[in-house]
Every structure is written in structure tokens, then in C-alpha cells.
Design a protein around this ligand. Structure first.
Ligand SMILES: NC(=O)c1ccc[n+]([C@@H]2O[C@H](COP(=O)([O-])OP(=O)(O)OC[C@H]3O[C@@H](n4cnc5c(N)ncnc54)[C@H](OP(=O)(O)O)[C@@H]3O)[C@@H](O)[C@H]2O)c1
Length: 338
């Protein structure tokens, strides 16, 4: 297997730091690695596999001789550097939403639609975090009983909005407990002791962009019909890390909760915790810092004919961003696609 030269763009951010950790955890083999950021963090140090690296400011020439770029530096940064990376023959694996719906860009969850990687033209997109955790769950169920309709309600952690948002939850909570004034900046409303039914901006149809990402990205990844009805409500909750989702699925064919449990117990990347009599169901504290997508509360849905309702929890920084990015990198190396 050929070994690539790798660059981590956005290495000093919440997702970038996680990517760096997971490159090591998954034993990704490379010739050279470099860590890139904006001018702000350039010069800072990163310790990786026992060696100290200096973070460099990302410039077009930073991508000379780089084969694979793992990017989590925001949409405008990816848009700026994508042509420079592709021009130099590199492959960009991008965490932002800049390219996800481009028809020439595969949108991939590793182990769900790896075959789509073969169609890449230099850019591969990593899905939105709330979509990502669902795909490992829906793929095997769709293969068995065909999804007919889907309703998703998300409860999303602040880490999904970056480092500044994590700090805002801490500072806002302290201010409330100390009866002090606080001005929120990352969120439109105070996040401490609150639930905010808005993530990203509103679209003309009344849904937010985050909600429409779940609708559109799910169809693209699972190759579902464009007219398949999917609805989503996305809310931000005062949790540091780990997204939770209540998922209502109507299937073409009847499928029992026992069958769903059995399928998911044998599916890659999924862990079932489902024994409500013993108070056993997944929470964000179970999911934070580990790789599986956890599923519990699997039951017959009372509103749909062939319906199942379940609760799905995962580490949004891992499966929702960094873990999938590094898994894609692993597949690109294994499939010799760089
Ligand atoms: N957090 C999540 O759960 C999640 C999930 C999926 C996707 N994403 C996406 O991943 C990206 C990063 O998110 P994050 O939460 O890690 O944000 P973050 O903590 O704010 O980190 C942003 C990173 O990007 C770098 N950066 C910013 N502007 C840059 C520029 N012009 N050139 C080079 N580097 C630049 C920053 O460098 P400095 O340190 O120098 O500022 C930092 O390393 C976003 O596109 C986000 O939508 C995040």
C-alpha cells in the first residue's frame, strides 16, 4: 500500500485536534504529516507520536507534495484552498458544508457508501454531524425493510459549534449561577439551562439549514428517492459533547423491534443499549469520547403502520466529524484513490 503525505488543515480547532488523535488511534501510515491553521495559531506546537510539530499558516504552497488534506477550517477556507489542493494533485477530505451537495463530490460515511469514493475528482465531503450518526443506523435497516418516511428530532451539543461555543456554555452557566449579566454571542439565545430550536439560519420553507442538511444529505448518502418524505427539527441543548436524536421511521415492510435490535447488534459501528426495565439506554455521557453510535429505546411506533421509533446518541466530534474523516482517509489509502 502506498503511503501518502498528509496535511491537517484547521489542526488547532475542536475537530482538527480530534482528527489528529484519531489518525494515531487508527494507525494511519504516512510519509510526512503537517499541521496547518490560520495566522492566529501559526507557530504553536502540536505533539504527535512522540514528536513536536510547529503549526504553519495555511498558504497555497503549503499543499505542495501533499496527497491527502484532512480539513476542518470552515467553508470559506475550504473553498479558498480546494482549487490549490486539487491543482497540485491532492485529495481534500472536507468537513465543512461547502461541497456536500455538489454532484461531482461524493458525500461519504465510511462503511456505508465507500463505493462512492471511486467517483471523486479531488474533493470528498464529510456529512453534517447530525446526519452522520444516523447513517450507520439507517443503512442496514433500509437494506432489510426499505425506508418510506423519516422524522428526526435532534438534541445537539455545543461542541458542534466549535471551541468558542463550548466556552460560552461554561461562562453562561457560571454567570447564571452567580446571578451576573451575560451577553451571548455564539448562540441567538442564552444556552445555559435552555434549549434553542435553531441551528444555523432559517430557509424560506421555515426549516433551518441544519435541518435541511439532514433531509438532503440522508438522501444523497443512502441513494434514496428525491421525493422520499423526510422531516427534521434540530435543537441546541446545554450539553458539552454528544448529539442525541429521536428517530421515527416508517418502512415499506413490517419490521419488529426485535428484528431491528438484532440487525443493529450485528452492524458495523453501532452499539445497542436497550433494556429500559433496568434503566439501560444510551446517553451523551456514554457516547462522548468513544466511537460507536449508540441506539436504544427501540419500539414500535404508534403513529405509523410499519413504524419503528428509536433513540440514537453519538460523539458528534468523532463519528459526526473527525472519526469519519479519518476513516475516509483510511479507505482512500486502502482503495488507492489518491
Ligand atoms: N464541531 C463539530 O462537531 C463539527 C462537525 C462537523 C463539521 N464541522 C466543521 O468543521 C469545521 C471546523 O469546526 P471546529 O468546530 O473545529 O471549529 P473551531 O474550533 O473554531 O476551529 C477552526 C479551525 O480552523 C482554522 N482556521 C480558521 N480560519 C482559517 C483560515 N483562514 N486558514 C486556515 N485555517 C483556518 C482555525 O485556526 P486558528 O486556530 O488559527 O484560528 C482552527 O484550527 C467547520 O467547517 C465546521 O462546520 C464541525
Amino acid at each position: 500500500m502506498r503511503k501518502p503525505n498528509i496535511a491537517i488543515l484547521g489542526a488547532t480547532g475542536v475537530v482538527g485536534r480530534e482528527i489528529t488523535k484519531i489518525v494515531d488511534e487508527l494507525n494511519i501510515e504516512f510519509n510526512e504529516i503537517k499541521f496547518l491553521s490560520s495566522a492566529k495559531s501559526a507557530g504553536s506546537k502540536i505533539e504527535f507520536r512522540g514528536k513536536e510539530y510547529t503549526v504553519e499558516e495555511a498558504k497555497p504552497e503549503s499543499f505542495d507534495r501533499v496527497n491527502i488534506v484532512l480539513a476542518s477550517a470552515g467553508g470559506s477556507t475550504s473553498q479558498k484552498f480546494a482549487p490549490e489542493i486539487v491543482k497540485r494533485g491532492g485529495v481534500l477530505i472536507d468537513n465543512s458544508s461547502a461541497f456536500r451537495m455538489d454532484k461531482d463530490v461524493p458525500l461519504v460515511i465510511a462503511y456505508v457508501n465507500d463505493e462512492d469514493l471511486k467517483n471523486h475528482k479531488g474533493i470528498i465531503a464529510n456529512p453534517n454531524c447530525s446526519t452522520s450518526q444516523l447513517m450507520l443506523v439507517l443503512k442496514p435497516l433500509n437494506e432489510t425493510a426499505k425506508i418510506k418516511r423519516l422524522i428526526v428530532s435532534t438534541y445537539q451539543a455545543v461542541s458542534g459549534a466549535g471551541l468558542a461555543a463550548i466556552n460560552e456554555l461554561t461562562e453562561n452557566t457560571k454567570a447564571v449561577l452567580n446571578n451576573e449579566k451575560f451577553e451571548n454571542s455564539c448562540f441567538k439565545k442564552p444556552i445555559a439551562f435552555n434549549v434553542i430550536p435553531q441551528i444555523d439560519v432559517f430557509c424560506e420553507n421555515g426549516y433551518t439549514k441544519e435541518e435541511m442538511k439532514v433531509v438532503n444529505e440522508t438522501k444523497k448518502i443512502l441513494h434514496l428517492p428525491q421525493d422520499l418524505p423526510i422531516s427534521c427539527t434540530a435543537a441546541r441543548v446545554p450539553v458539552y459533547n454528544g448529539h442525541s436524536e429521536a428517530v421515527d421511521i416508517e418502512f415499506e415492510e413490517e419490521i419488529s423491534p426485535e428484528k431491528v435490535r438484532e440487525i443493529l447488534k450485528n452492524s458495523f459501528g453501532v452499539k445497542v443499549i436497550d433494556n429500559p426495565d433496568n434503566y439501560e439506554y444510551p446517553t451523551t455521557r456514554d457516547a462522548s469520547g468513544v466511537n460507536p453510535v449508540f441506539v436504544g429505546r427501540i419500539r414500535k411506533n404508534l403513529a405509523f403502520k410499519n413504524g419503528i421509533t428509536l433513540w440514537c446518541v453519538a460523539d458528534n466530534l468523532r463519528i459526526g466529524a473527525a472519526l469519519n474523516t479519518v476513516r475516509i482517509c483510511q479507505k482512500v489509502i486502502e482503495m488507492d484513490l489518491f
